[in-house]
Design a protein around this ligand. Structure first.
Ligand code: FAD
Ligand code: NAD
Length: 472
């Protein structure tokens, strides 16, 4: 058994762990990074990157068949499902060097390719090495949750860890779970020529505003995706390529099954009790400073920290803990300014409070302004007029924004900046944006906030009338 003493030991080389390692090592800390599986974690290998690559293939196929009224004849795309998967693999391979062991070693990080477990409050063992560190960062992420549904052991169940390896096109893909994974994968697969049924136990995409998800769901259904709502998967039967999922709303038989019912946080195998670190199924118990409530040497970032499960959140957490560990400065996470995007077509984007949350929090002080894509000149030119933005405003400041439509994920950035920096609606309204761009939707939404104040105000009219009379 060898021993290493270090400043920081990071457990997990996914989005969160890699961001902490890169930042800390480049600022002079001694860093040991443990990874028991693939460098890059879920996002690179089984999550964001492959899903967005497959979505891109589906989007291209859909565009060929749906050329709209632009004067181009639609064609029936000849989809080579295995070749679409080659595209997915190439994208992963192109990005992988950024997350690689070699790159991190070149930054001065000691990378150990083994699973780590705590053996005391100050030590972790990984393979035959014991690492004693001043600070630990648990960045062990999450894994697909596969619930013990009756009959599940009798059939092949795909998760996000296996679905991207499937090279033959599923004839009929059944997806259990209508969250972001389920809906993104449903649309990618239907566009690549599969029949798709989504079985959702409550309401699909239920973390977003229902006014907006209705637009996405209408599009998904129009593309042929069958969505069973309030239909919990109660039993599974079948064998080979005939799998039946039994629900109170009826049975669905298909050729392949994808489980997308949420995540299980990877905390159970870390022996956290030996380090006096409190944890639950949701993750390591941390305060807003992302430090364990029971062992101040231990921090948690990303999915392991038990909050929002996004790559950009893991990256944000890394900044919070680096500030604390490296500089000893007080550092706390916020969650009110975190955006997220579901990459369906149309995209669904959110930052801050939804309308319902804002109404509950701010009551009568809330004003909601809207603007529709079909009034945006660029969207009209592109034939992408489906969608709208809602901005929740309290005392002149945005507290939330919800967007459904083309490039919603790009548009939400401006509102994320405004909320993060407590900017006023006037900051958006005063910004001159290039014409014609879809981003003008943001400015027009801000304009919608000021229009009634300017155009429907008798005071403004009286002032203008007075000025016109007195100034020669
Ligand atoms: C299909 C899918 C699509 C997604 N799409 C998006 C998206 O578009 N945008 C977005 O923001 N988020 C997306 N996410 C979520 C995103 O992937 C996660 O939030 C993100 O990967 C979390 O990063 P992490 O560092 O916390 O954990 P992970 O990326 O899961 O990394 C944890 C790493 O720790 C390792 N590990 C675990 N235990 C140990 C141990 N004991 N010792 C050593 N190593 C260990 C694991 O092997 C893994 O490599 C998606 C997720 C999925 C499943
Ligand atoms: N674009 C993105 O940023 C993106 C994409 C994919 C995933 N993610 C992240 O990954 C997380 C996990 O995604 P997810 O979609 O797996 O989880 P989720 O928790 O968001 O959705 C799972 C859905 O499955 C349903 N469900 C649970 N048990 C069921 C059953 N027995 N039968 C039928 N339905 C059932 C739930 O009601 C829920 O709607 C997300 O919350 C998100 O943080 C992000």
């Amino acid at each position: 058994m060898s021993r290493i003493k270090t400043d920081i030991c990071i457990i997990g080389a996914g989005s969160g762990g890699l961001s902490v390692a890169a930042g800390a090592a480049q600022m002079g800390a001694d860093v040991v990074l443990l990874e028991g599986h693939k460098m890059g974690g879920d996002c690179l290998n089984y999550g964001c990157v492959p899903s967005k690559s497959l979505i891109a293939a589906g989007k291209r196929a859909h565009a060929m068949a749906h050329t709209g009224d632009l004067g181009i004849a639609p064609v029936d795309p000849d989809v080579d499902f295995a070749a679409a998967k080659d595209h997915v693999d190439r994208v992963i391979a192109t990005i992988a060097p950024v997350d690689s062991q070699e790159r991190f070693e070149s930054l001065g990080v000691k990378v150990i390719r083994a699973f780590g477990t705590f053996i005391s409050p100050t030590e972790v063992q990984a393979g035959d090495t014991v690492i004693e560190a001043r600070r630990f960062v648990v960045a062990s992420g999450s894994s697909p949750l596969v619930p013990p549904i009756d009959g599940i052991d009798g059939v092949t169940v795909h998760t996000n860890e296996t679905i991207f390896d499937l090279r033959e096109r599923p004839e009929h893909l059944i997806i259990i779970g209508g969250g972001p994974i389920g809906m993104e994968m449903a649309q990618a697969h239907v566009r690549l020529g599969c029949k798709v049924t989504v079985i959702e136990g409550s309401t699909p995409l239920n973390k977003d505003d229902p006014d907006l998800t209705a637009v996405v769901l209408a599009q998904l259904k129009s593309e042929g995706i069958e969505i069973l709502e309030q239909a919990e998967a109660e039993r599974i039967s079948g064998e080979g390529d005939r799998i039946t999922v039994h629900t109170a709303k009826g049975d669905v038989t298909g050729s392949h099954l994808l489980m997308a019912v949420g995540r299980r946080v990877n905390v159970g195998d870390l022996a956290l009790d030996k380090a006096n670190v409190k944890w639950s199924k949701q993750g390591v118990e941390v305060g807003r400073d992302l430090r364990s409530v029971s062992n101040r040497r231990v921090y948690a970032v990303g999915d392991a920290a038990g909050g929002l499960q996004f790559t950009h959140v893991a990256g944000y957490h890394a900044g919070v803990v680096i500030r604390s560990i490296l500089f000893g400065l007080p550092s706390k996470q916020r969650t009110d300014h975190i955006p997220w995007v579901t990459y369906t077509d149309p995209e669904l984007a959110q930052v801050g409070l939804t309308e319902a949350q804002a109404r509950e929090t701010h009551g009568d002080k809330l004003e909601v302004v809207r603007f529709h894509y079909d009034e945006n000149d660029r969207a009209i030119a592109e034939g992408k007029t489906t969608g709208f933005i809602k901005v929740m405003v309290v005392r002149g400041k945005p507290v939330g924004a919800s967007i459904v439509g083309a490039m919603a994920g790009e548009l939400i950035g401006m509102w994320a900046m405004a909320i993060a920096n407590e900017m006023k609606m006037s900051a958006i309204a005063n910004t001159v944006l290039p014409y014609p761009t879809v981003s003008e939707i943001n400015k027009r939404a801000a304009g919608a906030y000021f229009s009634p104040r300017l155009f429907e105000s008798s005071l403004v009219k009286r002032v203008v009338g007075f000025v016109q009379r007195v100034i020669p």
